[in-house]
Design a protein around this ligand. Sequence first.
Ligand code: NAP
Ligand code: F7E
Length: 346
Amino acid sequence: MQTDTRRALITGITGQDGSYLTEWLLGRGYEVHGMVRRSSSPCLGRLAHLTPESLGVGGRVTLHAGDMGDAGGLARLVQEVAPHEVYNLAAQSHVGVSFDQPTYTADVNAVGALRLIEAIRGGQDAIGRQIRFYQASSSELFGRVSESPQTESTPFHPRSPYGVAKLYAHWITVNSRESGWLHGSCGILFNHESPRRGEAFVTRKITRAVARISLGLQKKLSLGNLDALRDWGYAPDYVEAMWLMLQQDDPDDYVIATGETRSVREFCEKAFGRLGLDYREFIECDPRLFRPAEVDLLCGSPTKARERLGWKPRMTFDGLVATMVDADLELARRESDCGGVFSDGT
Ligand code: NAP
Ligand code: F7E
């Protein structure tokens, strides 16, 4: 039976962005399908608040087993779901880890994207209509920046195996589009954070520590480079931009950023300050947390996104820090009440 319901397939649905994008799409009446990789202890924490009805068979979120390393599985999944839109959010997304696991990072982030694009190519032939594709590109493509702010035409110079792998995924999407058969758009997203951010990323590592230190659950926080500058936005604002890109008749690439840049040190100052603490009393420098090659400065221009998509960031930097610290304070209170280390599974 044919219905007008739009179907979206999300790889990386269990991640920060996947969970917010799922909420956004459900709010617009989509049927959402998510690919989840097999693990001995599945982690669906970020999706748990979606009702049992929506996670069940009759609901509007359906989870499918799959992996970016498995070309055949991706092909079958695309044909089974027959999506109107595919969002490729799956990745080994930690830049620091990519220096230790460069081959794995390339397989998932670069060749994985190609496998998915090939699956879409076959899927379009089988289904007999176009599938719109979103690729999660990254400000890490700019790496050692040659101008500031960075725009869609700033040259790329990645500084990590992560950035290099994402560059391949970006260009294979552009190439498939220019070859005339893929409605593919790349979102060059700058860092975006939230209470659902993975705990190994610097903002969340800081807000989690601030909350725990304030309750006496932790004494110190070890960090690496405090001088790195990042353009930090709010993840729920950014998933909106992903969706807007796929609503355009003409696929294209867009920088999604706030246009403001802050150092890791400033983030610490604000986050500790939120709970009346002085960050200088708690931070220890750990040389092992410095990267072999660093991205010193990122600051993006969202002008094209504003003009063509009507998108702009809503959350301020101060609001972002406060939101994350307050959420982690709640988590730390529960941890304190339970008398043990608590994690929200991010
Ligand atoms: P995230 O929280 O780390 O989520 C990554 C997702 O990818 C998780 O669902 C993870 O599944 C899945 N995944 C990892 N390896 C996989 C594999 N081999 N097969 C299938 N799924 C796999 O990342 P995020 O912050 O939501 O970011 C979403 C995407 O945007 C990523 O591609 C990231 O590189 C990119 N990006 C992020 C930012 C940012 O600031 N957040 C900025 C620019 C671009 P598990 O739950 O099983 O680990
Ligand atoms: O590091 C410095 C670190 O790991 C930010 C990913 O979502 O955004 C993210 O990549 C900065 C770096 O994010 C620690 O050296 C200091 O300069 O939070 P991060 P990232 O590397 O910018 C981009 C856009 C993505 O695409 C990625 O997927 O903070 N830093 N001390 C530290 N970083 C970490 N993780 N841990 C520290 O202890």
